[in-house]
Design a protein around this ligand. Structure first.
Ligand code: 2P0
Length: 327
């Protein structure tokens, strides 16, 4: 029988960001990061080590066959699984996602977490969650966090064994309002933008230093159920990350005019007394951290102010699921 397995994972949004690698090939980050896994953002992936097509891996995402760099990245990841498991056959990989890939919703995090779980299971490896997080990390750094939910800490670590994510207890009622301001593909891939920031931005070392402190503040706020304290440090950490990118040479500017409009709208909501703090990833879209019980109200207020935006409410979600293995 052909070894086959199916697994799914949700996307996650970093509250304290991952930006920069200490080791590029192992994807060891410069800083630890904290994220919220979202519900209703699952990517489901089936891997079959069935010989693929024409002697190579055949990968399709939402019905489209991957080629070139995108295919190469998946093949390199599958090579890792083949090397560890002893399976030698090329694979057929079929992936479908419940959110548009171009929406800037951290699709690689869900994609590589689901791929890591499905490929390792299909190859007969029985990995525990920590080992799965370490494997997912090799595909895309943020995928290490999508193995778990809802609140997740990725310990930067110093080598392959010590760089993994783990869940963090969270009793705070959190939600994210996602503002899709522009659904186009990003002009600079995040891996490239990260490298450029690390190598050339005079502001990057300052952000790294601040981020270590930010993580401590965020974890304390989570522990104390202090949403305002968490929101403030979340927004500051993301804006500092973007400041370091903008100072790279040449500059990495993901923001569009509507990104600034959205930041202003979030500030207006706060002044009106609503719990809302912005975060931005490697793209122009803005995600708004809020209280779960206020999320619909925050979304409605943002729809009123940003009439062109697609506004989604997402609540905390769970980690990886292997079909037939876990509920
Ligand atoms: C994060 N981002 O913490 C940060 C914040 C975007 C901005 O993780 O090079 O696709 O594959 O390890 O995980 C996006 O970067 O990068 C990301 P690679 P990844 O969510």
């Amino acid at each position: 029988m052909t070894p086959t397995a199916t697994a799914s994972a949700n996307t996650n949004i970093a509250l304290i960001k991952y930006w920069g690698k200490a080791d590029e090939s192992l994807r060891i980050p410069t800083t630890s990061s904290l994220s919220l896994t979202l519900d209703a953002t699952r990517t489901t992936t089936t891997v079959s080590f069935d010989g693929g097509a024409d002697g190579a891996d055949a990968v399709s995402v939402d019905g489209a066959r991957l080629a070139g760099t995108a295919l190469g990245r998946v093949t390199r990841f599958l090579d890792l699984v083949r090397a560890r498991s002893g399976v030698t056959a090329p694979a057929t990989v079929t992936s479908t996602s419940t959110v548009p890939l171009a929406a800037g919703l951290a699709s690689s995090a869900a994609g590589f977490a689901a791929l890591a779980a499905a490929a390792s299971r299909a190859a007969g490896m029985d990995l525990d969650d920590r080992a799965l997080s370490r494997l997912a990390r090799r595909g895309s750094g943020s995928a290490a966090r999508s193995v778990f939910g809802p609140l997740v800490l990725w310990n930067a670590g110093t080598d392959d064994a010590t760089s993994y994510a783990e869940p963090v207890t969270c009793r705070t009622d959190l939600a994210m309002v996602v503002l899709v301001l522009c659904a186009g593909h990003k002009p600079v891939p995040s891996t490239v933008a990260m490298r450029r920031t690390v190598d050339t931005s005079p502001l990057y070392p300052a952000w790294v230093e601040a981020s270590g402190r930010d993580l401590g503040v965020a974890l304390e706020a989570v522990r104390d159920g202090d949403l305002e304290g968490l929101g403030q440090v979340v927004e500051a950490n993301a804006l500092g990350m973007h400041a370091s990118m903008i100072a790279a040479r040449p500059a990495v500017v993901y923001w569009l005019p509507r990104t600034l409009q959205a930041l202003q709208a979030v500030r207006d909501l706060r002044e009106a007394g609503l719990p809302a703090w912005a975060t931005i990833d490697a793209g122009p879209n803005v995600k708004v951290l809020t209280r779960g019980s206020s999320a619909e109200q925050v979304a409605a207020a943002l729809r009123e102010r940003l009439t062109d935006a697609d506004v989604w409410v997402r609540y905390p979600g769970g980690g990886v699921r292997v079909e037939g293995a876990r509920p």
